[in-house]
Design a protein around this ligand. Sequence first.
Ligand code: C2E
Ligand code: CA
Ligand code: CA
Length: 376
Amino acid sequence: MGDKFIQMMARRLKENLHSDAVISRQGGDEFVVLLKNLPHIHAIEGITVQVNRVMAKPIKILNREYRLSVSIGTSIFPDHGHEADVLMMRADQAMYLAKETKSGIQQYQNGMSKSLSRKMLLEQYLHRAIENQELYLEYQPIIDVQTQQIIGLEALLRWKHPMLGHISPGEFIQIAEESELILNLSDWVLFTVCRQRQCWMEQGLPPFYISINVPARQIHQDHFIETIKRALNQYSLPADFLKIEITERTAMTNVEKTLSTMRELQEYGVDIILDDFGIGYSSISYLVQYPFNTIKIDKSFIQNLTHNANQKSVCRSLVAMGKNLGMNVVAEGVEEREQYHYLSSIGCDKMQGYYFSKPISNDLVEHFSRQSFVLQ
Ligand code: C2E
Ligand code: CA
Ligand code: CA
């Protein structure tokens, strides 16, 4: 259905612009239009108003009417820049302001980026983060405290912007999840992880897995399983080197689809981990029908563990429940020795947290994974 809309929009653009206009789709729901030889600078105003009007006309599909809102940003050569990149970026900024202020149409003006909210600015910069190589991954070890070995690593995405510095995933992932941007980031993470894992395999590092965080939009893509298989094949990786973390909320949206995707992945050998377990308030009877291989107890339960007797009972029940269901149980956010000891005493022997290691760079993984953790 999304494709139909895009095609319809492209057709409307083509029909309503001069034949020498260059129209291209920028991915997602964005189009770029290059207009040449305008008679004067104000001509652009009339054109954008006309485009806005025709794009906003209702669309009828399967007897239902849809109305789309459009945001248009413009920049002009040579007033706003001499290079294509700069002109595109400025039109982009104007478009974001049009979106944010709901004005519909906005022409670029010098100094405009100051008016953009941080959220809009981040969204705009995030579009270019992959090609500008501003993203990288850190890996946090998951330890089996009995063998004192790393059994897995969780890949965690990092973004360092040249001007804004480090931006926390808590902030930018949420922004990315609001649009299709999250799909580009997620694919980048998947392929980067597989490439890295292949490197480590060739270096003879131990057979730990890497888990990736998979958002709802990604797992619900029709070709998700194909993409996973393609990534594993491209880097000649055994399927059990990759695991997928999803939250309860993701598991609960589009239930049938999620379930069938999970089953198929599991059959293929890619395990699914239930992330942030315990904070989603889903009914337990509902959760047991999902083929989770592992549950990860949310860090909020671990954090209050040492000071709160009720919290201890809750934790003990969560561990027992996971084990009774035949799942592996990982405790995340383990920061203190007492937490580690208590968790060990109730039979939770897989843990992740600052007590063992913070998320670390590739190089440190190579160093760490060859040695045991000496735990006290
Ligand atoms: P998450 O999946 O629950 O990841 C665990 C978070 O807990 C990470 O935060 C990690 O650095 C942090 N953490 C680990 N051990 C401790 C500890 O002992 N104490 C405390 N206080 N925190 C600990 P981070 O890296 O800031 O990531 C935050 C969230 O951003 C992640 O939560 C996940 O939801 C999301 N995220 C990170 N990378 C990705 C990614 O590649 N894709 C997607 N879709 N989401 C990601
Ligand atoms: Ca996670
Ligand atoms: Ca988590």
